[in-house]
Design a protein around this ligand. Structure first.
Ligand code: AHM
Ligand code: MG
Length: 342
């Protein structure tokens, strides 16, 4: 790309501010998140040389997060990087993370702003030790009027209330994919100059697809409509869908969603009897909702299989939901199987 056509993240955000799509505080908040992602990218990129691979914890005891999952050293480090970068910026009233039991109001020693930031600091962390892409997912909400010290309940806003959402994928290149409600745009980290450069404006997910992403090893635990849906995909051109489908599963949601934003497809992590009572595997507030916002802004759809994702009324910070997102016509097909079965 020639320098003349280069649009940095900073320039993009300033132009959006001038167009009246965001204010200066939200612009600067996104800049701070992007800066934290650069630091995480550096830590991830060092791999074994940085001494950051493996499980967190001490004396042979793994450290366990609120989700009951063993934390990796890089999960903990990424969480610290995001907390440290955002605490003193003055744009936030509070933060919530996959790695923390409860949200954190910005300490009194720092100025407080009007926004709430939710994040999964390092999604797909089971892939860290095998050098496969991982990512950071984030969502920005407005702190309710009159609330100065937000508690968990103030974060329980539907996905439609999100002001901005994005992810950063740490793969062969580091990319930030962002929406502020005016399209979904991709920025690639130029490691030599240290800034994110706009490399794809207005990403568009093809409406139709022949590619699906699901963890097939859970097949026997799925609900009957999901069994039928995937059975019909696998039946290919001889089956009711009348076309052959390919399958991909990275097991890093960020990488799977990035592929879908780039070339289409459907991503699903449905209900299964292993997560019965939990509502699903993926988390609504900092995984499903931000991805749903990005996907809808790129012309795709996101659903629980029964309801538009961004209209789900949240009941808990770490609430789990079934997820279907990607190419619009394919998500609608998956939803039909579920709705017709009810
Ligand atoms: P994590 O937030 O603990 O990393 O879990 C979320 C990840 C997603 O990135 C991915 O889509 C899914 O879990 C993979 O699950 P599985 O290992 O069951 O295939
Ligand atoms: Mg995650």
């Amino acid at each position: 790309m020639s320098q003349a056509s280069t649009v940095s993240l900073t320039r993009y955000l300033l132009e959006e501010q001038r167009a009246g799509h965001i204010n200066a505080d939200l612009r600067l908040l996104i800049e701070v998140v992007a800066r934290a992602c650069k630091s995480i990218s550096i830590a991830v990129g060092k791999g074994a040389l940085g001494g950051v691979l493996g499980d967190a914890g001490s004396d042979g005891e793994a450290s366990i997060n609120i989700q009951g999952e063993a934390q990796k050293k890089l999960d903990v480090l990424s969480n610290e990087i995001l907390l440290e970068a955002n605490a003193w910026g003055g744009h936030l009233a509070g933060l919530a993370s996959e790695e923390m039991d409860h949200s954190l109001p910005i300490p009194d020693v720092h100025p407080r702003g009007n926004y709430l930031l939710l994040f999964d600091p390092l999604d797909g962390s089971s892939n860290i030790d095998v050098n496969i892409s991982v990512g950071t997912i984030f969502s920005v909400l407005r702190c309710p009027e009159g609330v100065t010290t937000p508690g968990d309940e103030h974060y329980l806003q539907p996905g439609t209330a999100q002001l901005a959402a994005g992810y950063c994928t740490y793969g062969p290149s580091t990319m930030l994919v962002l929406t502020i409600g005016h399209g979904t745009h991709a920025f690639t980290l130029d490691r030599e100059i240290g800034s994110f450069v706009l490399t794809q404006r207005d990403m568009k997910i093809p409406e139709e697809t022949r590619e699906f992403a699901v963890n097939m090893s859970n097949q026997r635990f799925w609900e009957p409509p999901m069994q039928r849906y995937v059975g019909d995909l696998l039946a290919g051109r001889e089956g009711p869908r009348g076309k052959d489908f390919n399958m991909r599963w990275v097991a890093s949601m960020v990488a799977d969603v990035h592929r879908i934003l780039t070339r289409g497809g459907i991503f699903s992590y449905p209900l299964d009897s292993k997560c019965a009572g939990k509502g699903g595997k993926l988390r609504l507030m900092y995984e499903a909702n931000p991805m749903a916002f990005l996907v809808e802004q790129a012309g795709g759809a996101a659903s629980t299989g029964r309801q538009r994702m961004m209209e789900v009324p949240p009941t808990g910070l770490h609430q789990r939901v079934p997820v279907f997102l990607g190419s619009k016509a394919e998500v609608e097909a998956a939803v039909r199987y579920h709705v017709e079965a009810d």
